[in-house]
Design a protein around this ligand. Structure first.
Ligand SMILES: Nc1ncnc2c1ncn2[C@@H]1O[C@H](COP(=O)(O)OP(=O)(O)O)[C@@H](O)[C@H]1O
Ligand SMILES: [Mg+2]
Ligand SMILES: [Zn+2]
Length: 507
């Protein structure tokens, strides 16, 4: 007898409907699976046989053929165990055929018949309605993640035998529901705050401007000056994620297997800080079953590259494409796949090889040639995509210990950031632009209007300090954000003067 049910697979972050057909006929006992890669077939077959037997059913000693269609979609093995096992139980008469009509089943089985959670469940459940599916059977461990999908009935189970009882109507189960709204007023506050940072007003202000306009930022300073501390606090001043942003980010985390049982949506903006020994695949994504890289895990949040000069040059160069396009394209043998990658790049570096150039506490031992060579580790085209460059000098130890003033909290700064962002949403309403950092030459011309004093100041700075044409555009964009923070329509000389300060590496 032949049986049909549905399952699904993800490729990138897109889900596809997979039809699972199981045919059992008389003949020598052979169990074959068509449509899965060879290694996955063997593993899946072994798990399905053991799980069926250990759940108390007879495994049919007949010719069993499983077809997973369409064949040309590359599938990872695990999640088809459950639909294959159910199909076999239907074809061998344990379960009625009509009870699996229009049902989708997903889950990896362990040898004793338990259902294990799988990766990529969120993009799958969000697509099922589109495929005409109304009910989905999933592992218990994935239920919170799956509950984000509102238009589908979700039935989570822990074992194969429970699934069978449910399909045979021997137990009554209500679809699982959970409240996934994002309560922006009631988010769990992170334990870190901008008020932890003493002094460093320029760097803190730079972080505020960067957050307000979505600008990338690099901090240059000796070890121990607080660069890492500042970077880690940037998510605390960014506006909270919207529900849509949260779902987008969660899909990426889901296919990477980063959603733990019990968790549903990623609600805080991501902060990813890959180590400098990271490979280019780990950074931008890829592999034979392409997985998102750090740039995509940081989608809608912050990618922090600490000690930027320590990263391999070829690794840094692959960053240019996602920085430009906000999306990563991973090429595969036959096709290309893409993952969203819209993040704020925050980087840190030492000013020189020894780390103490310009440090009031310790003398630099590098010569000019060494300093130039050290800085040239970051290519011009990469540096060009970083709008804000800030020097972070080391504080004297008593500046840290003796300073009893209470610095501004993240919450106060965040309110200003949100105000400035709202001005930008309004400004770019019908365009595909969300913040000043994303302006192209056309928008710069239209929206970066300077008053006369500001024009003179910028002209002088370009002549005296020798800024490049590219630096000129960057100064204008950052000045636009500074003016937005001040709720000023025109850009004044004060705004330009501050923006010029953020070009410390160009001087
Ligand atoms: N401005 C500051 N305010 C408070 N503590 C600071 C400051 N700068 C440095 N520190 C202290 O020094 C430590 C090292 O700072 P860190 O951010 O790691 O420096 P960097 O990344 O520049 O090398 C921090 O954990 C903190 O204890
Ligand atoms: Mg550091
Ligand atoms: Zn030095």
């Amino acid at each position: 007898m032949i049986s049909f049910l549905h399952s699904s697979a993800v490729n990138g972050i897109n889900a596809y409907l997979i039809d699972v057909e199981v045919d059992i006929s008389s003949g020598l006992p052979v169990f074959s699976i068509v449509g899965l890669p060879d290694t996955a077939v063997k593993e899946s077959r072994d798990r399905v046989v053991a799980a069926i037997k250990n759940s108390g059913f007879d495994f049919p000693a007949k010719k069993i053929t499983v077809n997973l269609a369409p064949a040309d979609i590359k599938k990872e093995g695990g999640l088809f165990d459950l639909p294959i096992a159910i199909g076999i139980l239907v074809s061998s008469g344990y379960v009625e055929k009509k009870s699996v009509h229009k049902i989708c089943a997903i889950g990896e089985l362990s040898l004793d018949g338990k259902l294990r959670p799988v990766k990529g469940l969120l993009p799958i459940v969000l697509s099922l309605k589109k495929f005409g599916i109304k009910k989905v059977i999933i592992p218990e461990g994935n239920k919170n993640e799956a509950s984000v999908a509102k238009d589908i009935e979700i039935y989570p189970f822990s074992t194969l035998s429970e699934v069978v009882k449910f399909l045979k109507n021997e137990i009554q189960v209500l679809p699982f529901k959970a409240d996934n709204t994002i309560d922006t007023d009631n988010q769990i506050l992170p334990s870190i705050d901008f008020s932890d940072i003493k002094g460093q007003f320029l760097a803190k202000r730079g972080a505020e401007v960067a957050s307000a306009g979505g600008h990338n930022m690099i901090m240059i300073g000796p070890p121990g000056s607080g660069k890492t501390m500042i970077a880690k606090r940037i998510p605390t001043i960014l506006p909270s994620m919207s529900f849509e942003e949260s779902v987008e980010t969660t899909k990426i985390w889901s296919v990477s297997g980063l959603i733990q049982a019990g968790e549903s949506l990623v609600k805080q903006r991501p902060f990813r800080s890959p180590h400098h020994t990271t490979s280019s695949i780990a950074l931008i994504g890829g592999g034979s079953y392409p997985k998102p890289g750090e740039v995509s895990l940081a989608h809608n949040g912050v990618l922090f590259l600490d000690e930027l000069t320590e990263f391999r040059r070829d690794v840094l160069e692959v960053l240019r494409q996602p920085l430009e396009d906000k999306i990563v394209t991973v090429s595969r043998a036959k096709s290309t796949l893409s993952f969203p990658a819209s993040f704020m790049l925050i980087a840190s570096m030492n000013p020189c090889q020894c780390g103490h150039y310009g440090d009031a506490n310790k003398e630099c031992t590098c010569n000019q040639y060494q300093i130039t060579k050290y800085r040239s580790k970051i290519s011009g085209p990469l540096m060009d995509r970083i709008d804000i460059q800030i020097e972070v000098p080391a504080l004297k130890i008593d500046e840290i210990t003796a300073d009893k003033t209470i610095a501004e909290t993240s919450d106060v700064i965040k309110q200003r950031v949100i105000k400035a962002r709202n001005i930008q949403y309004e400004r770019f309403k019908d365009k595909n632009i969300y913040c000043n950092a994303q302006m192209g030459p056309k928008e710069i011309k239209k929206y970066c209007v300077l008053d006369d004093k500001a024009k003179d100041l910028l002209k002088n700075a370009i002549e005296k300090l020798g800024f490049s044409a590219r630096a000129y555009d960057r100064i204008l964009k950052v000045a636009r954000t500074i003016a937005d923070l001040a709720e000023s329509e025109t850009i004044t000389s004060t705004h330009i003067a501050e923006a010029i300060k953020y070009r410390s590496l160009d001087k």
